[in-house]
Design a protein around this ligand. Sequence first.
Ligand SMILES: [Fe+2]
Ligand SMILES: [Fe+2]
Length: 293
Amino acid sequence: MEKINNSDKFNNPMHQIDDWEENLIERYPDPAADTKEKEEFRNYVDSERVETVREFYRINHTYQTYDFVCEKEKEFLKFDRKEMSLWEAVDFLNTLVDDSDPDIDLDQFQHLLQTSEAIRADGHPDWFVLTGFLHDIGKVLCLFGEPQWAVVGDTFPVGCKFSDKIVYPEFFAANPDSTNEKYNTKYGVYTPNCGLDNVKMSWGHDEYLYQIMKDYLPEPALYMIRYHSFYSQHRENAYTHLMTEKDIEMFEWVKKFNPYDLYTKAPIKPDSKALRPYYEELVAKYLPAKLKF
Ligand SMILES: [Fe+2]
Ligand SMILES: [Fe+2]
């Protein structure tokens, strides 16, 4: 299988896309971790990664405009790139390699399995387990040549004022929407409590996968997929004024999902061979044989 190495420094400042997720754990440490674990994690924070993640956010906040999201929707929601089964998509995603040590880092498949296995161990319904297993498959966008800043990172609404609760809010000064009066007010192009379904989010793997899955999974699963990177809401409550009662209710699921995404990255690799039959059955229960990407 061909390995793709995204090395273009401007579009892809991070060594690997998951450096963003490491940064998330630094921002939102595991409340269940003991002091020793927290200490170990702090010692592990490397300053080079802090810099590359910062640069990543600088570009992300500069270029994720309302128009950019519209363009990406037009481009990718035609789903004319590739037809794959979910398993082919997982294998495809796993061709994404980084320039750090592959022996230390977990690959994408392992992250998915660790997330879903932790959900399964807690006795949640099977669609919740499946959601954990597939939640990051939208990252195949990287393999279609998309830059890191249009695939990962915290997502946030575009078309209205960027909240100070979004990580590195100062970088929005360079985003042209910040000085466009159509977009830079509290509600911008939206109305109070118009519902998140009517709100455009910055473009990335969350919205993309949601659009692929929307006919197949129960509603809470779809919320988890679509908003799992919307930290300024599910952690900071910065955009409740755009949400309906139902959105607020459904965000309880998004919040329930988040610790499984962030705090299950154990160094022990799950036994993917032994687990495969269970997941094959689960995937077949909910998804068609082929999906359009
Ligand atoms: Fe994700
Ligand atoms: Fe994830």
